[in-house]
Design a protein around this ligand. Structure first.
Ligand SMILES: [Zn+2]
Length: 832
């Protein structure tokens, strides 16, 4: 028997190792027996793995708590050979059988078999997250995307549990579940969802549908079941039409599971979603759109990812960019959320543009990642938002018919198999798209966005104005952009739209005196655009004069890019915000823009308190004038709470006094008020504890953590810090909330010691956190509110160390870049 803790188990699988193993092996089948009923800490896991080999040395991946026995072809293998998550194997030519009998640990970081206790009722819930390298902490396997095989699961579970997985199952006797054999699956999308889940079943077009969630939020799922199932049906019909291939994985179950790290995971037949997507308080339409596009995104993955899987993680755009593009497209085309692209413009565009401008930027395709663990950090705004935008461009270039024909050719050619970027490009060429090498060079394999801005020259002589195209620093490119501009001359009665091609460093552009010009507001291309000074000065007057929500979204994306680069002042953002709030009718626009202004503009203003007060007045006015009870009102009111400086007003709201008519303080809003009171130091720890005890739900626990960490006391900051460095343990959502709550503007003196401690103690967090949580915690606790050069110097000193964990390094690089940009805004506008 040997012992090993999963967190210290392994570096990632290297691409060269994966290639060698795929050369050697073909996997015939997995037969996995799990006992989830014996212990709350561990579970027995027996894997029988049949495979054929060319004969020779290889290894099996295994991250157990302990190993009972390993047999290869009937002969025992020394279990002490297990090292760093691998057991070396000497295979024979032809059929081989490996049997591994191990004890695995339930995890609480959202990976492997995650087990959690619902604080609302004490019930235990389990789900499997094999992505991206956690499968070996559930069962022994050859853990790489191109060794696919069918799976059979035999599960023993407590008798009041239900067990759902990648393939339909039976429940022959209480507590016993048999699932499979499944279709051929990659290890990274093998899952089980087990527990006393509330289960809903339905059917569409011969496909059995399921929804599930924790018992304590069952009523909330029931309330939205119609909406979710309708979205699912509509998306299936549209995807069947687009792909020309029927969904092949049997049942389609959508499980909302606790403490899930990502938005969702596309496991064939059994998609897992983070369960805050079962809405337990009122939400905006924007949040519903976001959930709908997530539903469609995961469905698109059943084709892009699950039927045809990237050969290696450097091509994860084949998964994510396609799912993102298809998720938005299908949601906008066939569901009630026909404005999905507008929501996407607010939620995703800047995420992608910022990621693409960081020092860590990488190409959409062929990101060059050779280490499976490091590749996790490329699940970023580039692989999703930029990749989706490039596919939209590609679709516009070759036409929808050729685009879809190529996609079908690709899926048919690699059914239940694996493929690369070049395979897909070849499919498109066969479908009639012509030679795509130049397109791929410019957009898929060259990192960074071009910047396109209007230069009016002196502004007097006609013909002097030009559009300037600047390629990304360090990534030479010569890209042709086809885009639209929205213009508004002083005498125009409405915005005009004109089409442009920008294919040189300078392009002549005919602009009238005083004409406002918004470049690429409809996201035709992928580029950073910024309003020139003349346009910026006119926007506050013009913003009310369009009823096109996409134009307003494009305006904000331009302004946000300019602000990021310190070319628009915080005050100018607020000058635009106030008249815009009066006319904006999309709640996603209000929610995202006010959230951005409060997080990033207000703290950098010359007088943050005064700036916050301006936002508060504008947001509260919007909440009072919006239709009573509307989601637009909800979005405005949320920001009014988070910007409120009056303890008296906040306490009144908590007691239901003076609320804007139509606003009801549900659990989420109540905690929003409490968090704000905590930031102001106007509530004590005992009172926060009492609120948690009164309604001890999962949401309450996370918000309670956020509130406690926000208190302006030394004890509160020490309490949050223990979660960062592992002195105290907490589940993933609470860890992040502690970090987000900790660094509050105006608490600099209390926080000062933690700036240095962050950079000293961060490397050690790799010993206590792992995977997603490790990187997310690093980002959540980064001292972004410590706006000075010393913090930047400390960050660079840390980055100079060569022993820093790669995912920590990536987050520190990105967050330091953000801090440097914020400092540049402060220098440009505060100290002048
Ligand atoms: Zn995805």
């Amino acid at each position: 028997m040997t012992h090993q803790h999963p967190a210290t188990a392994a570096r990632g699988l290297q691409r060269s190792e994966a290639l060698a193993r795929a050369e050697l092996l073909e996997v015939t089948s997995y037969d996995v027996t799990l006992d989830l009923a014996s212990s709350e800490e561990t579970f027995a896991s027996t894997t029988r793995l049949d495979f054929t080999s060319r004969g020779g040395s290889t290894f099996v991946d295994l991250k157990p708590r302990s190993v009972r026995s390993i047999h290869l072809n009937g002969r025992p293998v020394d279990v002490d050979l297990l090292q760093r998550g691998r057991v070396p194997l000497e295979t024979i030519e032809g059929p081989n059988q490996l049997v591994v009998d191990a004890v695995m640990a339930f995890r609480n970081d959202g990976e492997g078999l995650h087990r959690s206790v619902d604080p609302a009722d004490g019930r235990h819930y389990v789900y499997g997250m094999s992505f991206m390298d956690a499968a070996p902490s559930i069962f022994a396997c050859f853990d790489q995307p191109d060794l696919k095989a069918p799976y059979t699961f035999h599960v023993r579970a407590p008798e009041d549990w239900v067990v759902v997985g990648n393939s339909p199952g039976t429940n022959p006797e209480p507590g016993v579940w048999e699932l499979g054999p499944s279709k051929p699956l990659s290890t990274y999308f093998v899952t089980l969802v087990a527990g006393p889940y509330h289960l809903l079943r339905d059917e569409h077009d011969g496909i059995p549908l399921g929804l599930s969630c924790r018992q304590s939020i069952a009523a909330d799922l029931e309330a939205d079941a119609d909406e979710l199932l309708t979205l699912t049906r509509q998306s299936f019909d549209e995807m069947h039409r687009l792909f020309g291939i029927r969904y092949p994985f049997g049942d389609y179950h959508q499980a909302f599971v606790p403490e899930f790290n990502a938005g969702a995971m596309e496991n064939p037949g059994c998609v897992t979603f983070r369960d805050p997507l079962v809405f337990t308080s009122r939400v905006t339409r924007g949040q519903r759109i976001s959930r709908a596009t997530t539903v469609a995104h995961e469905m698109a993955h059943q084709w892009f990812g699950n039927i045809t899987t990237p050969l290696w993680w450097d091509d994860l755009w084949l998964n994510e960019s396609f799912a993102e593009y298809m998720g938005n497209r299908v949601t906008a085309a066939v569901t009630e959320y026909d404005d999905a692209w507008v929501q996407n413009a607010y939620a995703r565009r800047q995420w992608g543009l910022l990621a693409d401008q960081r020092p860590s930027t990488h190409p959409v395709a062929g990101n060059g990642e050779d280490d499976a663990t490091a590749a996790l950090q490329n699940f970023d705004g580039i692989s999703y938002a930029k990749g989706s935008s490039i596919l939209k461009q590609l679709n516009a270039t070759m036409g929808d018919e050729v685009f879809l024909a190529g996609v079908r050719d690709h899926l048919h050619g690699h059914f239940y198999g694996n493929a690369t970027m070049h395979d897909l490009l070849d499919s498109w060429t066969r479908a009639g798209a012509g030679d795509l090498d130049a397109f791929a060079d410019s957009w898929l394999v060259t990192a960074g966005p071009d910047r396109i801005v209007l230069d009016r020259g002196t502004g007097d002589a006609p013909g002097e104005a030009r559009l300037l195209r600047t390629p990304p620093e360090g990534h030479p490119a010569d890209r042709s952009h086809t885009l639209r501009a929205a213009t508004r001359g002083p005498d125009d009665a409405a915005w005009q739209v004109r089409e442009l091609v920008v294919d040189a460093a300078e392009t002549a552009y005919d602009v009238g005196a005083g004409e406002a010009v918004l470049l690429d507001p409809f996201e035709d291309t992928w580029a950073v655009t910024e309003p020139d000074p003349v346009t910026m000065s006119r926007l506050p007057d013009l913003v009310g004069s369009t009823d096109d929500p996409m134009l307003r979204a494009g305006m904000w994306n331009s302004v946000r890019s300019a602000f990021h680069h310190a070319r628009v002042a915080p005050g100018a953002v607020l000058d635009l915000l106030e008249p815009w709030l009066v006319v904006e009718d999309q709640d996603a626009a209000v929610q995202f823009t006010l959230g951005w202004v409060l997080a990033k503009v207000v703290p950098l203003a010359a007088d943050p308190a005064a700036a916050s007060a301006r936002v508060h007045v504008a947001a509260l006015a919007a909440a009072r004038t919006a239709d009573a009870g509307s989601t637009l009102q909800l979005a405005a009111y949320q920001a009014a709470v988070s910007s409120c400086a009056s303890t008296e007003v906040l306490e009144g709201w908590l007691m239901g006094r003076d609320l804007p008519p139509g606003v009801e303080l549900d659990l989420a809003l109540r905690w929003r008020v409490l968090v704000r009171l905590a930031v102001l130091g106007a509530v004590d720890r005992e009172s926060l504890d009492a609120h948690l005890e009164a309604e001890p739900t999962a949401v309450s626990r996370v918000e309670h953590t956020r509130a406690v960490a926000s208190l302006p006391t030394a004890e509160a900051k020490a309490w949050a810090w223990e979660r960062f460095n592992g002195a105290a343990t907490a589940p993933n959502y609470e860890l992040e909330a502690a970090g987000e709550g900790m660094w509050r503007a105006g608490q600099e003196e209390l926080l000062a010691p933690y700036v240095e401690r962050y950079f000293d103690e961060l490397p050690g967090t790799a010993e206590v956190h792992s995977g997603w949580v490790l990187a997310d915690v690093a980002e959540a606790f980064f001292p972004l509110s410590s706006l000075d050069e010393t913090t930047v110097r400390r960050a660079h000193a840390l980055l100079a160390r060569d022993d820093l964990d790669s995912s920590l390094r990536r987050r520190v690089v990105d967050t330091t870049d953000e801090l440097e940009h914020r400092l540049a805004v402060v220098r440009a506008y505060r100290e002048a």
